[in-house]
Design a protein around this ligand. Structure first.
Ligand code: OSB
Ligand code: MG
Length: 371
């Protein structure tokens, strides 16, 4: 059964973050990003969100490269081809190298549209069975240890299932030692966003005494070779984020022993179909996966929730409640976390309504493509 597209609207949004977020690569105060809306002839609308940032500091993609690639390459491919199932989209996009976040923004919107046409929740369309998902929080680099300990305490009190702490050289071993001393039993992990090299191996090995769940992306954003050396010399499991863009990357990283855990981000791997493939492969190879976050607004957050319902997502993800990021989200209701758990919506598609008024309010540019 074909999915007939009537039009695609690209909206560039600008939303202020409630609190600035600092990683080893810099501080973010606000977010520019694309929301994709794909409509069919019967009035159904599917939504996707691009997770690229304004600058290429996490990966090479940016908000502007998203527009160029969607408008000039990916949307023309959708115009020229018939789509029978959302899985067709990633296949059609294959001739375009990389630009995973641009691809995912369109592909996830097709998945939402498909699920709405089938009148089933996106989670179910993906094969997910969980009714509730466990989530944790990611805490940015702070100006003092007291600030960090306070924020951890607030989130432990709120019931979040694990705490991820951003680290960088100068804000790592000593900080984490203090955190572990104050929170002896809390599931804790660290994320370096590729701030180290193998020369730091002896320094990083000190983390092995702190009973961390894992260390995320300690080495270069494009590396899987040095990570294998580091993993062979550390007991703390390594989790890869930036280095994994596809099932192929996953296969190679596992074969080399570069990691024991994979953070799946829908945008980083080019969409939901590729996310599912990576999930299935990891499940078969006894590699734990969890769903990462990119400070998403409601649409991206809803896609993360649907993906996390797949059974191989055995560890709490980074998809915290909307109120941690935004004064007002673009979906209704907002994503709510209770005791570290999100109840998966059971309405068709992403399962949340778009707050059209909020969407309009945050839109700074808009372009429509008729099919
Ligand atoms: O590395 O996982 C990351 C935020 C921006 C860019 C990269 C990362 C992150 C986070 C925050 O850790 C996750 C979230 O709360 O959405
Ligand atoms: Mg990360």
């Amino acid at each position: 059964m074909t999915i007939p597209i009537k039009q695609i609207t690209l909206r560039k949004l600008n939303m202020e973050l409630k609190h600035p977020f600092t990683t080893s690569f810099g501080t973010m105060q606000s977010k520019h990003f694309y929301i994709v809306e794909i409509s069919d002839h019967e009035g159904n609308k599917g939504y996707g969100e691009s997770v690229a940032f304004i600058s290429p500091w996490y990966s090479e993609e940016t908000v502007e490269t998203n527009l160029h690639v969607m408008r000039d390459f990916l949307i023309p491919i959708l115009k020229e081809n018939t789509i029978n199932h959302p899985d067709d989209v990633s296949k059609l996009f294959e001739p375009i190298k990389r630009h995973q976040m641009a691809k995912a923004a369109l592909e996830t919107a097709v998945w939402d549209l498909y699920a709405k046409r089938q009148k089933q929740p996106l989670a179910k369309a993906l094969g997910g069975e969980k009714k509730q998902i466990d989530v944790g929080v990611s805490i940015g680099i702070k100006s003092s240890i007291e600030d960090l300990l306070n924020e951890i305490q607030e989130n432990v009190d709120a019931g979040y299932k694990r705490i991820k702490i951003k680290i960088k050289p100068g804000w790592d071993v000593d900080v984490l030692k203090q955190v572990r001393k104050t929170f002896p039993d809390t599931p804790i992990m660290a994320d370096a966003n590729s701030a180290y090299t193998l020369e730091d191996m002896n320094h990083l090995k000190q983390l092995d005494d702190l009973d961390l769940m894992m260390i995320e992306q300690p080495l270069a954003y494009d590396d899987i070779v040095d990570h294998a050396t580091l993993q062979a010399n550390m007991t703390t499991p390594i989790c890869l984020d930036e280095s994994i863009h596809s099932l192929e990357d996953t296969r190679k990283a596992i074969q080399l022993g570069s990691c024991k855990i994979i953070n799946i981000k829908i945008g980083r791997v080019g969409g939901l179909t590729e996310s599912k493939k990576i999930h299935d492969y990891c499940l078969a190879h006894h590699i734990d996966v969890w769903c990462g976050g990119m400070l998403e607004a409601g649409v991206g957050r809803a896609h993360n929730i649907a993906l996390t319902t797949l059974s191989g997502f055995t560890m709490p993800g980074d998809t915290a409640g909307s109120e941690r990021y935004w004064h007002k989200d673009i979906i209704e209701p907002a994503v709510v976390v209770e005791d570290g758990v999100i109840t998966v919506p059971d309405q068709a598609g992403i399962g949340y309504e778009i707050d059209e008024q909020a969407l309009e309010e945050f839109t700074v540019e808009k372009e429509t493509f008729e099919f």
